[in-house]
Design a binder for this molecule. Structure first.
Ligand SMILES: O=c1ccn([C@@H]2O[C@H](COP(=O)(O)OP(=O)(O)O[C@H]3O[C@H](CO)[C@@H](O)[C@H](O)[C@H]3O)[C@@H](O)[C@H]2O)c(=O)[nH]1
Length: 659
């Protein structure tokens, strides 16, 4: 672990941007404001109507089960899937009932005396110099060191789980460079403080263990009351972020119970219509404003300013660590920083075996037990009674890099789904734990993520069963002349319309929404599907899924071109896409067959046909990658061949099910 920051000579800090804004806002002393989103009333009304629709659908299923003997298995399967989807809808809706938007006024903070600027420890983690190029780590480090904040109060702790000499060397060079870079940025009011971004801009104008170690070492050396956690690729894009966080963390009305201020994750280099849904707008922005009106946003691992006290028990019950030097309230004299005994202790608490027989990871610090340690830790902190705040300045606070290859996107989501399943089946499952302390809406909101992998059951059923039924002329949905037909239409339109409006109201576009909803289905049929299998194998002790670091490097020129041209890249190891390819082929077959059937069977299969046509439109990139493309990003012949074989097997299986 390397430590930089206030080891440099302190430079006077200049708040040009802030001074400018101060002139505009003299008078009021409020550091932040919060207002409810205007859509709230409409959303609440829609929630009531949609709930009635879901109850009616359940009644319809149960009634069919009791009265129609022939389709018991099919109706039971559809009922099961609808229960999972209804729960997913309910958990999303809990986040639509009280969304809020906040504004903070960092320009007012600057008027405060210097002692009101608490010390800030920044934790940056890296693990793999191939997937996370050292220059990326350097840029992130320099960008936070150049915050509009007293330099002598910032300490940066970088941990490298890969132990790379190259990363170490790059950081040592960065230290030398920072002596020029920091004064330059502040003197010239540069806003892009990641050198890479600044120089490329034409305007010129596992981790939680890696985390607890930094928590202890920083306790010994600086013990700053505020901690910022960052992934190595998340550079600072807004130098006022610490002051914005302080607008909340220093507020006497909030401060005793405020655990953390979470900024959204934003990504650079995403193509125009975001074909892989990489902006992750729903988890990182839409849902966050919903959580913010309840107990506060979930923790998403990076871009988060913590109150150090949050790691030592509930707000009303301080849990002290095993040695006094690690306590959150101890004041460290900066002159002792380089003392031999301090360094020796820092070395000691960083040891691999230090945590044995202690509360680290269970009652104090970041919590162990899931591959989504951020979500897990945030959940337990909220259960302890801590609150959080979502801070989304107009100029994005941080930018990171998102995977640009579909296989990497799916790999990352698969890891998340395994982590979420670990949580779902743990003692601290959001399904069963915490409702009492969190309240119904926040509790349901936390379930939103853990219920996601369970939809990997609903999607194949909805992607295959009605289509196979259509092929054999068996109807599983009501006919167009049946009044229940309109219930299905209503539920589909209502759910999708709400999803679209969420997206548009939080700054998305129609094209991005379309791609995002397609990725939701693709994730369900690949990442979540294989994640569930991996989790099952892990539970049976047959495999141990690890933390496969997401690649942030993008060296493949052809792949980069395809991404920029918005062409799907299925990569070479495409077995991950077998289930979704099978679903694509079955739906195409059912769609063509259903069109013919429309003449032969009349209006009996309108819903089945609509479903198949919706799937076909969504699967257009898959058909293209199977048949029309010749480049390296196409679906390999082996996967296409297997998909066709499996489709035939399913059609034969359908014969026994429906005939
Ligand atoms: O053994 C490890 C593995 C990862 N990392 C670092 O952890 C960070 C996140 O890893 P990444 O591969 O980028 O994971 P993502 O899935 O892209 O990250 C999201 O999801 C993770 C798991 O929920 C969170 O830890 C992250 O903060 C969050 O941004 C990176 O800086 C890595 O260098 C380590 O330090 N040690």
């Amino acid at each position: 672990m390397y430590i930089w920051g206030h080891l440099f000579s302190p430079k006077p800090f200049v708040f040009n941007f802030i001074k400018m804004m101060t002139a505009q806002r003299k008078g009021s002393t409020t550091l932040h404001t919060c207002h409810k989103c205007r859509r709230t009333i409409l959303y609440r009304c829609l929630a009531v109507i949609h709930t009635c629709g879901i109850i009616a659908l359940m009644y319809h299923h149960v009634h069919s089960l009791l009265t129609e003997n022939t389709t018991t298995l099919i109706t039971s399967l559809l009922l099961l899937c609808d229960v999972a989807l209804a729960f997913l809808w309910a958990s999303t809706t809990s986040l639509r009932l009280n969304p809020v938007h906040r504004t903070e006024y960092p320009e007012k903070y600057v008027a405060k005396p210097e002692e009101d600027f608490p010390k800030l420890d920044v934790f940056i983690c890296t693990a793999d110099p191939y997937k996370e190029p050292p220059m990326m780590v350097v840029n992130t480090t320099l960008s936070v060191m150049a915050y509009d904040y007293p330099s002598d109060k910032i300490s940066v702790y970088v941990s490298d789980d890969g132990g790379s000499s190259l990363t170490l060397f790059a950081l040592m060079e960065a230290v030398k460079f920072s002596e020029h870079w920091l004064p330059f940025c502040k003197k010239n009011s540069v806003q892009d403080r990641s050198p890479e971004v600044y120089f490329s801009s034409n305007s010129r104008s596992w981790t939680e263990e890696a985390e607890n170690l930094k928590l202890r070492v920083s306790s010994v050396m600086t013990n700053s009351p505020i901690i910022l956690t960052l992934d190595c690729d998340m550079y600072s894009n807004n130098p006022t972020s610490p002051l914005r966080a302080l607008c909340y963390l220093s507020d006497p009305n909030l401060k005793s119970g405020l655990g953390f201020v979470q900024f959204p994750q934003k990504f650079q280099g995403i193509n125009r219509s975001d074909i892989y849904g990489s902006e992750l707008r729903r988890p990182f922005e839409i849902n966050m404003v919903g959580y913010d009106g309840l107990m506060g946003p979930i923790h998403v691992g990076t871009g988060c300013f913590f109150n150090r006290r949050v790691f030592f028990g509930p707000p009303t019950n301080l849990i002290l660590p095993e040695i006094d030097e690690l306590g959150p309230n101890r004041i460290v004299d900066k002159h002792t920083l380089k003392a031999q005994d301090v360094l020796a202790l820092a070395h000691d608490v960083a040891g691999c075996n230090y945590e044995r027989n202690t509360n680290w990871g269970s009652k104090i610090g970041f919590r162990y037990g899931s591959l989504v340690e951020d979500y897990y830790t945030g959940f337990l902190l909220h259960c302890e009674g801590w609150r959080s705040v979502f801070c989304r300045p107009q100029r994005a606070a941080f930018y990171g890099s998102s995977p640009k290859c579909l296989t990497d996107v799916m790999g990352q989501q698969m890891r998340w789904s395994i982590g979420l399943l670990e949580m779902a089946f743990s003692r601290y499952s959001p399904f069963t734990y915490g409702f009492k302390s969190l309240g119904l809406l926040t509790g349901l909101g936390y379930c939103y993520y853990v219920v996601g992998p369970f939809c990997s059951v609903s999607l194949p059923v909805y992607g295959l069963l009605p289509q196979l039924a259509l092929i054999y002329g068996v109807s599983v949905f009501p006919k167009a002349s049946d009044p229940w037909f309109w219930l299905y239409i209503f539920l589909f339109v209502s759910a999708y319309a709400q999803d679209l409006s969420d997206f548009l109201l939080e700054g998305g576009t129609y094209r991005k929404w379309w791609n995002d909803q397609r990725m939701w289905v693709m994730r369900g049929l690949s990442s979540f599907f294989f994640g569930t299998i991996q989790f099952t194998l892990k539970t049976l002790n047959l495999s141990t899924p690890g933390f496969n670091v997401t690649s942030k490097a993008n060296d493949d020129e052809e792949q980069r071109k395809r991404y920029e041209q918005e062409i799907f890249d299925f990569g070479s190891s495409s077995s991950m896409f077998l289930p979704v390819t099978v679903v694509a082929v079955v739906n195409l077959f059912a769609f063509v067959w259903g069109l013919y059937g429309l003449y032969a069977w009349g209006d009996g299969f309108v819903l089945e046909l609509m479903l198949a046509s919706f799937a076909v439109v969504n699967c257009l990139p898959i058909y293209e990658a199977m048949v029309l493309r010749k480049d390296d990003g196409k679906l390999p012949k082996g996967v296409c061949f297997l998909a066709v074989i499996l489709t035939l097997v399913l059609i034969v299986f359908g014969y026994f099910l429906f005939k």
